[in-house]
Ligand binder design. Sequence first.
Ligand SMILES: Nc1ncnc2c1ncn2[C@@H]1O[C@H](COP(=O)(O)OP(=O)(O)OP(=O)(O)O)[C@@H](O)[C@H]1O
Length: 270
Amino acid sequence: MIQIEQLRKSFTQGSGRKKRTVQAVDGVNFTAPNGRITGLLGPNGAGKTTTLRIAAALIEPDSGTVRVDGIDVAQQPAAALARMGVLSDARGLYPRLTARENIIYYGRLHGMTAAAAAARVDVLAKTLDMAPLLERRTEGFSQGERMKTALARALIHDPPNIVLDEPTNGLDVLATRALREALRRLRDDEGKCIVFSTHIMQEVERLCDHVVVVAHGRTVAAGTVVELSAAAGQTDFEETFVKLAFGAEGAASVFGAEGAATHTTAGSAA
Ligand SMILES: Nc1ncnc2c1ncn2[C@@H]1O[C@H](COP(=O)(O)OP(=O)(O)OP(=O)(O)O)[C@@H](O)[C@H]1O
């Protein structure tokens, strides 16, 4: 289970008169239980990646907490990461290693024995339907093949929690469907807690048990697709999302989403 409470994070850019503070995350809250797929849905710049980077102990929050199975990520990052598989947008693989070698290497970094890592690769190859890829060097892999290998690598230590940042980016329809199928299997057969971020409504409608809508760095709504649509008084989920994420000015704001989704304050002159 992943619990995020009152998360805040700002970034400062430039210096002197050009100094700007971007409030990337400004009060994100949600709980992602085991055996469920939780979608973090928000427009560009809403703070999804920053939230997931904090959850994965890649950056520290200004305030707020992330707990993974009760473990505070900021206080015990290694213990939390041992219980978490993270697929970020950087899917760097070692090109000269085969898919199997790439995956096993991460298992060894997690302290697994060679035999345990090898056995786990065979299980993952079935779950992710990637057995034919295993002995190929990853150099020249397609986006879908890279994604599967990176996901297997993230899951090598059999973590109960899985965090994916925009996992379908760059995938075609078949690769996207294969990923969805794999995530459903991980939820249904292994009871994993799965959290993924996206700005694609159809992704959320097809896959998520629970949706957390993030806008302007904040959680603005949470529930099932049906609950959110009912609360917004809409039958169409795209309309629901626009209403929840952009409010009454909805459609007009969509075109200014980048600016509308963050709060910037000019810094004082040095
Ligand atoms: N390292 C950084 N330095 C400065 N600003 C940052 C940094 N990381 C993120 N931001 C800013 O914080 C805001 C939130 O960014 P974030 O990447 O978390 O949004 P997102 O919801 O993942 O967006 P997208 O869907 O476009 O990937 C954006 O305005 C972004 O420019």
